[in-house]
Design a protein around this ligand. Structure first.
Ligand code: OXD
Length: 310
């Protein structure tokens, strides 16, 4: 079997290699830099590969992305047209995303941000608990992760809506489609959860125009990519009091610059791109099985459409 070239650009490389070796020793997955006969490589497994990766393997047919979002591959100018891109589908991330969003949604729904401020002022004041159906959650992006989040949140009794580019039907979820319905979706949403793929169409979607369509006192939780958000617009809307708070997990530059205004903003909670992490054993299982399927001419799911970017 020809070697399959792994690139993760991080110290977790050896963990991936060990996991692939454990589950699929016959697949000959190797560190991309150790492969000598580079012309024979037809398949790759990558996370945020450098242009040099694609230059090194001119006969690549397909790469498996070690995550859900493929924006780092699509924006790489060295990726040849004919190389197919295959993403992780769930890979253990849906449950982690559900936990992450539930945690912060409950934080705002149960006024924990207000209690944190009150504690700093030694101020005792209970707030009336709202009925959950008065808390209107809106999920931007109803792909694998967004639709599972909608399903999970129904258990809390929140009023849930979702927005996506193409029409989706999800039980118990009011769905909105396309640019024409984005305003109506935003206007009814108290807690906006972003799980969109980052594409030219969604870059900067969390901007002043859209965020100011949310009702006064809304909150924003971005578990997708920093490129969705216009940082200065968010800060303006928090400072003017239009938005109550924001939770940010992903940033345009990572790690986030220690001088960035987000760190010290009183109404921003931030986490270091950890909302959901692909689990080695689950993802290795998924990728190895798909690679075996491709090699025996079986169909697979998770292929990226280069036109839509997801
Ligand atoms: C992903 C990520 O895209 O972890 O999977 O950000």
């Amino acid at each position: 079997m020809n070697p399959c070239a792994l690139f993760t650009g991080s110290e977790s490389n050896h963990l991936w290699l060990t996991e692939f070796e454990r589950q699929f020793p016959q697949l000959n997955i190797q560190d991309w830099q150790n492969i000598v006969d580079t012309q024979t490589v037809e398949y790759g497994i990558v996370w945020q590969p450098s242009p040099a990766y694609f230059q090194r393997f001119p006969n690549l047919k397909a790469v498996f992305n070690l995550g859900a979002g493929v924006d780092a591959i699509l924006s790489n100018p060295a990726v040849p047209e004919q190389v197919q891109i295959i993403r992780i589908e769930d890979g253990g991330m849906a449950q982690q995303m559900n936990e992450y969003f539930s945690y912060f949604l409950l934080h705002y729904y149960r006024d924990m941000d207000l209690y944190q401020q009150q504690q700093k002022q030694n101020h005792w004041q209970p707030h009336t608990v709202k009925s959950p159906n008065q808390f209107r959650v809106g999920i931007l992006g109803l792909g694998q992760l967004g639709s599972q989040l909608a399903e999970h949140l129904r258990g809390y009794g929140f009023d849930i809506a979702g927005w996506s580019q193409s029409k989706k039907h999800l039980e118990g979820v009011t769905t909105y489609t396309g640019d024409d319905q984005l305003k109506n979706f935003l206007q009814r949403t108290n807690a906006l959860c972003c799980l969109l793929p980052l594409t030219p169409a969604t870059r900067g979607i969390l901007n002043h125009q859209h965020l100011s369509q949310l009702p006064q006192g809304a909150v924003v939780i971005n578990g997708a990519r920093g490129g969705h958000l216009v940082a200065t617009d968010l800060i303006d809307l928090l400072d003017s009091g239009h938005l109550r708070g924001a939770v940010l997990d992903a940033f345009e530059q990572e790690p986030l610059d220690p001088q960035h205004a987000f760190w010290q903003h009183p109404n921003i909670l931030l986490t270091p791109h950890c909302a959901a992490q692909s689990e080695h054993h689950v993802c290795a299982q998924q990728i190895g099985s798909k690679l075996k399927a491709i090699l025996s001419n079986q169909p697979i799911t998770g292929l990226i459409n280069r036109n839509t970017g997801y």
